[in-house]
Design a protein around this ligand. Structure first.
Ligand code: UTP
Length: 302
């Protein structure tokens, strides 16, 4: 069956980025001049997704406003001959159908996916986390969807992370199969580094079969008191095979302060007119105070 629908959970508190995320969803944080969630929707559309459900929460109305038409602004730009700006706000319109649903209580990623049950119905679907995008060709979700065409079962996108990062992600114990695919034995949510079965982290892209919904509905809270998708996937494993797809491309975890800065730098590098200035500015900044504790690359908050 073709994957046509996707869920983007975007109802989290984004506590790692407070106070910026107190009133503004982290999914709307701009990477230079485009909100993170727009990259994600463009990726879904480029992968062949036709309908998207964004799971929102309190204070997330701004996401709906962003994807709505803005006639007043369009008129303003048109009157002033700002056609390039006009193109930028119009180019996105209609590339995919977007629907919204509220997650009334913030009970975790598994719960957020569960509220999409009616929208999905009884077909396999994609999940793209709202704070994660990729610079990848083919798009990261397309890589999973191509895998689904061959394997016809749930697939989780993974990439290898440094040892000191395994406790921040869901980690997979998997047996290599073919190409970028491996067979999942078990999954562990945010393990201590010594107890981690591998360094393969789930990176926010999933193809799931609808069997996950019954499991999520009866799921007890796990790590952090949240309904964890990782726990549901472990239960799904008892019924169906799950595979990993090692995503080829650059992963941007915008929900993490250092990841957010790195995403902006990576995209700045891709714009010729910003790139040279960036080089000069960084040289200046690093020259100014090389001994300053703030000049290191580590981020104590992440
Ligand atoms: P995270 O766990 O990274 O988001 O969830 P968070 O809890 O908002 O972040 P921190 O740890 O407090 O900084 C990954 C994705 O799942 C969504 C988030 O919005 C994010 O896009 N999510 C998480 C929900 O939609 N609902 C939830 O209950 C939890």
């Amino acid at each position: 069956m073709k994957i046509r629908k996707a869920i983007i959970p975007a109802a989290g508190y984004g506590t790692r980025l407070l106070p910026a995320t107190k009133a503004m969803p982290k999914e709307m944080l701009p990477i230079i001049d485009k909100p993170t969630i727009q990259f994600i929707i463009e990726e879904a559309a480029a992968s062949g997704i036709e309908e998207i459900l964004i799971v929102t929460g309190k204070g997330k109305k701004v996401i709906e406003d962003h994807f709505d038409s803005a006639l007043e602004l369009e008129y303003y730009l048109e009157q002033r001959g700002k056609f390039e700006e006009l193109r930028k706000i119009r180019e996105f319109t209609g590339i995919v159908d977007i629907h919204y649903i509220r997650q009334s209580e913030r009970k975790g990623l598994g719960h957020a996916i569960g509220v999409g049950r009616k929208f999905i119905g009884n077909e396999p679907f994609a999940v793209l986390l709202g704070d994660t995008f990729f610079d990848a060709d083919p798009p990261s979700l397309k890589q999973l969807m191509d895998g689904y065409d061959r394997l016809q079962t749930s697939i989780v996108g993974v990439q290898s992370v440094a040892a000191d990062k395994v406790s921040s992600y869901g980690i997979v114990d998997a047996k290599p199969l073919v190409d970028s695919f491996a067979y999942v034995n078990r999954l562990v949510e945010k393990p201590a580094v010594d107890a981690s079965p591998s360094r393969l982290a789930m990176v926010g892209r999933y193809i799931l079969t609808p069997s996950i919904f019954d499991i999520l509905e009866n799921q007890s809270p796990g790590v952090g008191g949240e309904i964890q998708l990782t726990d549901a996937l472990n239960q799904l494993l008892a019924k169906e095979a799950i595979y990993t797809c090692e995503i080829k491309g650059r992963w941007h975890d915008v929900g993490d302060p250092l990841g957010y800065v790195k995403a902006i730098l990576a995209l700045t590098k891709q714009r010729a007119h910003l790139k040279q200035n960036l080089q000069d500015e960084m040289n200046e900044l690093l020259k100014e105070d090389p001994q300053s504790p703030d000049s290191g690359s580590g981020d104590p908050a992440s």
